[in-house]
Design a protein around this ligand. Structure first.
Ligand code: SF4
Ligand code: SF4
Length: 116
């Protein structure tokens, strides 16, 4: 498994897959994207104010797509990505987590070192 600068325990991904089951992203609603998303009739998208702000102080909304990625597979008690090592795997997946926000602090098991 490739070494990641922020993941202290990349092996945790095998039993976690939180970032493949939910997709959180952040927006400051300058162009009304958040307002538009709130109008969608679905319980698969969660919109909330985050504690996170841009460098110029704009409060960010967290939008969480509560939808599992179609490339996520589960076999013999472990998760794996069907696209791992392929060009078609989104770059953001290999670089994730690139920011540590409150979502990652809550869900990402790999941020904590492996217990001995
Ligand atoms: S949330 Fe963190 S530990 Fe879980 S699969 Fe994603 S990168 Fe790995
Ligand atoms: S492409 Fe792979 S790593 Fe990326 S979200 Fe889907 S299952 Fe997870």
């Amino acid at each position: 498994m490739k070494k990641h600068p922020k993941l202290k325990n990349p092996e945790a991904c095998r039993t976690c897959a939180a970032c493949c089951k939910q997709f959180p992203f952040y927006d400051h609603n300058d162009d009304g994207l958040v307002d538009r998303i709130k109008l969608l009739k679905t319980d698969k998208i969660i919109v909330e104010e985050s504690d996170f702000a841009t460098q110029d102080g704009k409060r960010l909304f967290r939008i969480v797509l509560d939808i599992t990625c179609s490339a996520l597979k589960f076999k013999n008690g472990k998760y794996y990505c069907k696209l791992y090592g392929k060009k078609s795997r989104p770059r953001m997946c290999s670089e994730y987590p690139y920011e540590i926000t409150d979502w990652e602090r809550k869900h990402c098991k790999g941020l904590k070192p492996r217990k001995a």
